[in-house]
Design a protein. Structure first.
Length: 152
């Protein structure tokens, strides 16, 4: 089975010019301290592991922090495919997805990712809005697979 890798380049428009991976300028022209996904950004990165085992997301609730670079790792330990379908979490958010899953995108951006047996998907992003964001598996017969991300 081949490995599918997907990478996204974060691009911001600053003063009419594109700056790949750099932090946006604030109103006085200085760079803001908001973390980015750029390799040049040395901000610390939180890592959260969510295991998929016996048709369940473990843990079923995780907490993330607004404005902190985050590495969200999903590992599928089951012998069957699973999907991660986030509700509202990534709308308008720049993200980077790697691993051997199959991400799907739509008009509003990232929709879901299918993770193979023994597969892993890593989603890197900076949470922008506090709130409670459910996610679930939409594979047939997996309706019990529901969990929650809380961003504080």
């Amino acid at each position: 089975m081949g490995v599918l890798l997907t990478a996204c380049l974060t691009v911001g428009l600053v003063g009419g010019r594109a700056h790949a991976g750099s932090a946006p300028e604030n109103s006085d022209g200085a760079r803001s301290s908001v973390p980015t996904l750029s390799p040049a950004d040395a901000s610390p990165e939180d890592e959260v592991l969510i295991d998929i085992r016996a048709r369940a997301f473990l843990p079923s609730t995780v907490k993330l922090h607004v404005g902190r670079k985050t590495r969200l790792v999903f590992k599928n330990h089951d012998a069957e495919l699973h999907a991660v379908v986030p509700v509202g979490l990534f709308v308008g958010v720049n993200l980077n997805i790697t691993g051997n899953g199959a991400p799907e995108f739509g008009a509003e951006g990232f929709k879901r990712v299918i993770i193979p047996s023994s597969g892993e998907v890593i989603i890197r992003f900076v949470p922008e809005h506090a709130g409670v964001y459910p996610f679930f598996c939409d594979m047939p017969g997996h309706s019990q697979m529901r969990a929650t991300i809380i961003i504080e």
